[in-house]
Design a protein around this ligand. Structure first.
Ligand code: URA
Length: 211
């Protein structure tokens, strides 16, 4: 599907007052997402929880605290990534997103992804992973493996909330975030080298006789 490239502010304006599904009835705030609009890494969760709904910000509750630890472990700052969710409104009692809700909300996430144009998309948990990769395969099989969705490189990982209930997933998440950190820092180094090589080739270019 072709998606028009919009600025994040335009996407946010479209989302304001959204009534495309019944989740609008129970929300306190829409949770658009936050971070660097030109982030190299876009992190996608499932849906806002209670605290996120109250504050209108993603990952500010218990799983957000753990996500911050994981980012730090990878050598990444929260402000340099962009964090979003598949659903922008909280499902009642944090129940799983329904297919019709995902469908109704999907244009916003697609537009965000296109606007940010990250080097890497990190999908957390089954809902984000299955949406981005258009697959029915579960996160336990996919986590920690490099995937592609169109032009994007994707790293599926467990949802940090899963590690709050199952401590054995903590180590797995830390090791997946090491992969993510290495990917980003290698990409930054490669881009810097290319820029230097480009600058060098300009210096080396023969000067025109008019100079
Ligand atoms: N879980 C999510 O998937 N997203 C949030 O924003 C918070 C918790």
């Amino acid at each position: 599907m072709r998606v028009e490239k919009l600025e994040l502010a335009e996407i946010r304006a479209e989302l304001e007052g959204c009534r495309k599904c019944s989740l609008c009835e129970g929300r306190t705030n829409i949770v658009f997402g936050e971070g660097d609009p030109h982030a190299r890494v876009m992190i996608i969760g499932e849906a806002p929880g209670k605290k996120e709904d109250e504050l209108g910000r993603p990952f500010v509750g218990a799983s957000g605290k753990f996500l911050n630890e994981l980012l730090e472990h990878a050598g990444l700052k929260r402000e340099e990534v962009f964090i979003a969710n598949v659903l922008k409104c909280r499902p009642p009692s944090n129940r799983n997103p329904q297919a019709a809700e995902i469908e109704a909300c999907s244009p916003y996430l697609r537009q965000q992804t296109r606007s940010i144009d990250p080097d890497l998309i990190v999908t957390m948990g089954n809902f984000a992973t299955q949406f981005i990769l258009r697959t029915g395969v579960g996160i336990t099989r996919l986590r920690g493996t490099w995937q592609r969705a169109g032009k994007f490189t994707v790293m599926p990982i467990f949802h940090p909330a899963a590690a709050i209930y199952d401590r054995s997933k903590r180590d797995v998440l830390f090791s997946d975030f090491e992969l993510i950190g290495k990917y980003v820092h290698d990409k930054i180094a490669a881009d810097e080298q290319n820029q230097q090589a480009d600058a060098g080739s300009c210096d080396a270019a023969p000067r025109s006789s008019k100079e």
